[in-house]
Design a binder for this molecule. Sequence first.
Ligand code: URA
Length: 468
Amino acid sequence: MQSNSHTQDASPVSGETAAPMHAIDVIRKKRDRGSLSEAEIRFMVRGAASESIPMEQLSAWLMACWLNGLALEEIRALTVAMRDSGVKFDSSRLEKVTVDKHSTGGVGDKTSFLVAPIAAACGLAVPMISGRALGHTGGTLDKLEAIPGYRTALTLEEFEAVIVECGAAIVSQTPALVPADRVLYALRDRTGTVESPGLICASILSKKLAAGLNALVLDVKTGSGAFLRKREDADYLAALMVATAEAAGTRTVAVMTDMSQPLGHAAGNWIELVESVDLLSGKRPSQSEDLRELSLILAGWMVYLGGKASSAEEGYGKAETTLRDGSALKHFYAMVAAQGGDVSAFDDPAGFHKPGATFVLKAKQTGWIAAMDTTALGWAVQRLGAGREKAGEPVDAHAGIDFHKRRGDFVTAGEPLATLYATNESLLAEPIALIEGALTFSGVAPEAVMLVSRVFTRDEAVAFLGAV
Ligand code: URA
């Protein structure tokens, strides 16, 4: 008979029964550029999760890892140890292939609301554990919570029940899942050790792999709104994550995608859901074409890696069918309702949208929009009330920006550039200045930027890492 609980790995590691370990020895070894064994890494991770290793020793160890780097084998061991540091979601009980997508974050990035129901409509299971707004980037959970009643904090049993019923669920991380990351990430944030490819890779993948995924598609952003600004850093992280997830047994690709302007026309909370539902309903607003195309490319890879198509191109076609025949929208509404959300809010999306203040920003000059500082645009969205300054602060469901112009558009002075929705009038001035400063006008049209510039499959990732 099946057990009703999700799993916790308490298996011993090699070397665990040998001589006792001491955090100071592991720190000194890494400080002196040594390679840590799997047992040493698991010892540190378990000590973080149980908080039995003091924070000063964990901090020193993280800094040694940051300064001296981690080899591929160390990163794989760290990822697996972190994945196994708490309860894991037992996806085998779903009796379907499980797939997910992870994005490194951006502005107006709402592909989760499309790819999760599309993959579900193609017969796959999507156990999506998502995050909140962070810095200039929006958060999937904050957006979903704009729907009245939508619950993101489900137990693993409720999570499983929603996936069984609807094919997909989008929830927050539970405290029992990957506890090591909660401790280590908070420490990294306070000790200047966030920006380490190995630590980032293990942090992201451990949370994704704890959901028991068979396949994973990574959307790694590049350009002015990306978390990693330098292209070579983004490529390296992408290849690292693909090689590491594959070594841990999950079929994975990374798609390098453009974030040199917001994705689609809406950036905020409720307004991003409305744009997504428009596309799920089969509409094709021209300002949302990039969002539609990227969602179909990512979903195409999910469908292919999940074994429902013989290529990513065939997967794209199957994904597109679910937008045309309404099956993706049906899955989305079923998931929202199963998580307590009131889908009737989408009957009159404009009527439901009640921002405290609205302002139409008009162009002061004529010319082509040659470039956008998308990070600044993300901060503008946050300052309108859609994001938060400190963890735990509430966000405004109705705040955000509707962009009327895109990079490469010709604009005449006086034309509307964007509509801003704020919690109140006093929050408008700073975002207006941010948007005006973020747009570069030119007398010549800029060159087009490719939406997808590269895809790392396992073989390409391994070859890339071998060459650097
Ligand atoms: N997101 C994560 O979850 N972890 C990191 O280290 C960086 C971004």
